[in-house]
Write a protein that binds this ligand. Structure first.
Ligand code: HEM
Length: 134
């Protein structure tokens, strides 16, 4: 496999694993497993960081792929919302983690559902963009 494909598939796998851990973390806290929730969210964060490194390496080394299909408006709305929310996800995740680590769970609980929602949307649309460009 060449470098481009390794970076592309590596980023697709890491974003999917990260999204999987966020969904698992939400289910675990709903079931009352606080420690497993913490573990799942920390793993989700580690995989998200690996994703960012692979993604940035790929975009700095290779040109972007242009969408040539017939659903350009839909593609651009998915791309822009994905890009905007992926940038927003970083400070939201940092704040959510920070509040949890400081034990301020009342504030953690208020922001966390939004963070989880944005995170899952970014992971799903990341895959969506891959399918658009295939
Ligand atoms: C960015 C990563 C995280 C996300 C997205 C997240 C998400 C969530 C969500 C969606 C809830 C349920 C809120 C509700 O009741 O509706 C929650 C609650 C909770 N989270 Fe997290 N969480 C994260 C990291 C952590 C970490 C690292 C810890 C532990 C240090 C933690 C500890 C807790 C606890 C104890 C609750 C329950 C609070 C309560 O019911 O009083 N979370 N989190």
């Amino acid at each position: 496999m060449d470098l481009y494909s390794s970076l592309l598939y590596g980023s697709l796998v890491t974003i999917a694993v990260s999204g999987f851990f966020v969904i698992s973390g939400v289910i675990l806290i709903r079931l009352g497993y606080r420690d497993y929730h913490k573990g799942a969210m920390l793993l989700a964060s580690v995989f998200a960081l690996i994703f960012v490194v692979l993604y940035l390496t790929r975009s700095s080394l290779f040109p972007h792929t242009r969408y040539e299909g017939g659903h350009r408006t839909l593609y651009l709305s998915v791309l822009w919302s994905h890009t905007f929310l992926s940038i927003l996800n970083l400070p939201m995740a940092v704040m959510t983690l920070y509040l949890a680590m400081k034990g301020r769970f009342d504030r953690h609980k208020r922001i966390a559902p939004y963070t989880a929602g944005v995170w899952i949307y970014v992971a799903l649309t990341g895959w969506g963009i891959y399918f658009f460009l295939r």
